[in-house]
Every structure is written in C-alpha cells, then in structure tokens.
Design a protein around this ligand. Structure first.
Ligand code: SAM
Length: 264
C-alpha cells in the first residue's frame, strides 16, 4: 500500500526542481508541478473563471504557489496557499518575493495538511488542483472533502480539480483503439470515481457542474498526436498541443475534471 509519508517525500523532492516554464502566461519564471504546462495553464484559466475580485480564497495543496500567485496576479483577492511540504511552502514564499510588486491581490502561504486543516477563517472559495489525488485512500479523501466543506461560507464554492477514473478509462479506450498503450495512474495518485464522489459530496455540497475542461486537449495531445507520430514519442511543447489548447472543448476524454460544488 502507498504510504502518505512516501508521497510527502516525493513532493518535497519535486519542490527542489526549479523548472522554468516553456511558456510564460504571467511574470513568474517557474512552472507549476504539471510537466505538461499546457494542461497546467488550462487548469489555472479554468479555475480563474470562478473567482471574482474581493473573494477570500484558499488553495489546498498549493505546491510552489504557481497557481496561487497567478490568481493574485489576475484578481484583487485575498488568497491563502496551504501545503504539507515545508520545502514546497518555502519555494512558494520565495516565488512570492519575485513577483510581489506585480500582484493585485494579497497572498499568504502556510504549512498545513488537508487531513488536519487548522484554519479558523471561512472562505468564499476553496480549490484543489491535483492535491486530493495524493491522499492515499478513499476514506482519507472523504475526510479531506468533509474538512474542506467546514472552511467554506454558506454558498461558498469548492472547486475540486482532480483526476477522474472515468475520464482516464474513456481516454484509454480511444488510445487502445488507436494502437497506443493505456496511460497508467502514477504510483502516488488515486483518482476519483465520478459517481461515488458526487454521491458522497451530496451530504455537504450541491453539485453545480462537472467541467471536463481538458477533454479536447487530451483527445488531441494524448490520442491523435501520439497515434500520428507513432513510434516517435510526443513532446509537451509540440505545436499541435499549443493549437489544441485553443480548440472548443467537448466530450469526456480528460483524466482530469473540475467538480464544482456549492456548500449547502
Ligand atoms: C500535484 S501538486 C499540485 C501543486 C499546485 N497546485 C500546482 O499545480 O503547481 C500536489 C501538491 O499537493 C500537496 N499535498 C499532497 N497531499 C497533501 C495533504 N495531505 N495536505 C496538504 N498538501 C498536500 C503536495 O505537497 C503537492 O505540493
């Protein structure tokens, strides 16, 4: 069984990798944690669409603060980034110093585990961006979601951007039909079953929508492109991926989804 401590050490190692982003969408020189920066940027723009000036926001599992800082660069908000890795929080704080004079909003970073969030405030918006898939069991994932519901104002939004088993299954079906191997979940991830998640979350949240924000992008970058160039290996920075980002979104072929919940 995957241990939480191993996952935490993994992220603490990742914190030390200072990767410059091949495409800058705001003035921070470093990347988020997703090596496919096109998806990271799609995630960020999608989340941003739900955030308004004046909101009090918390990102749980903020990593190096790439997305947290992007939000405060784009909107006049107050935002807290929380992560359980000291190394991640320390990099996030130094990233903040690099960009501080360009931010519209206020940003704070704090150490904290989603399993035991010590937050006294309540928020308009809480979001996760590939954090809860690192919580090693469904039982612990449920406890984390329950805890997140407690730090939201009544009517507040939980933007849960995480991995979906069904999305991965749909994508892999197309990959195998086109002669490609299935994409496997990495060892430290546990994706969500859409229906199980929605049923469980209904105790605390009204489901507003499931936004399949990266479906078209994944269809092109994970099926069409690799099938066309096989046996060569696709690269994230391929021109077709850049074009795919701008295509209209349709279908259910992304292994990530944004589940938008409103606190009851
Ligand atoms: C995939 S990274 C995403 C980071 C950031 N959202 C980004 O896209 O750059 C997941 C982050 O969640 C953090 N994380 C995982 N489990 C956590 C937990 N139980 N409590 C707090 N943070 C956690 C990890 O340390 C890591 O920084």
């Amino acid at each position: 069984m995957v241990k939480d401590g191993d996952i935490k050490s993994h992220w603490s190692k990742v914190a030390k990798e200072g990767v410059a982003c091949a495409k800058e969408i705001f003035p921070l020189k470093f990347c988020g944690t997703f090596k496919d920066y096109n998806i990271q940027h799609l995630e960020m723009r999608t989340l941003l669409g739900y955030i308004e000036d004046g909101n009090k926001v918390v990102e749980i599992g903020c990593g190096k603060g790439y997305t947290t800082l992007f939000m405060a660069w784009a909107k006049k908000i107050s935002i807290l980034g929380v992560d359980y890795s000291e190394e991640m929080i320390s990099v996030a704080m130094s990233n903040k110093i690099q960009i501080e004079n360009k931010l519209k909003g206020d940003v704070t970073f704090n150490l904290g585990d989603v399993a035991d969030l010590k937050l006294n405030d309540v928020y308009d918006i809480a979001y996760t961006e590939r954090c809860l898939i690192n919580v090693p069991t469904w039982e612990d994932q449920k406890a984390a979601i329950r805890r997140i519901s407690q730090i939201l104002k009544h009517g507040g939004l939980f933007l849960m951007l995480e991995g979906s088993k069904q999305g991965l299954m749909n994508l892999n079906k197309l990959r195998t039909q086109n002669g490609l191997n299935e994409i496997q979940m990495v060892w430290h991830n546990l994706f969500f079953d859409d229906q199980e998640l929605i049923r469980f979350a209904a105790d605390f949240f009204e489901l507003i929508e499931v936004n399949n924000f990266c479906s078209t992008y994944m269809l092109i970058s994970r099926v069409l492109h690799p099938a066309l160039i096989f046996p060569d290996q696709p690269k994230y920075e391929a021109r077709i991926n850049e074009l795919a980002v701008g295509m209209p979104n349709f279908g259910d072929f992304g292994y990530e989804k944004l589940y938008v919940f409103r606190k009851k």
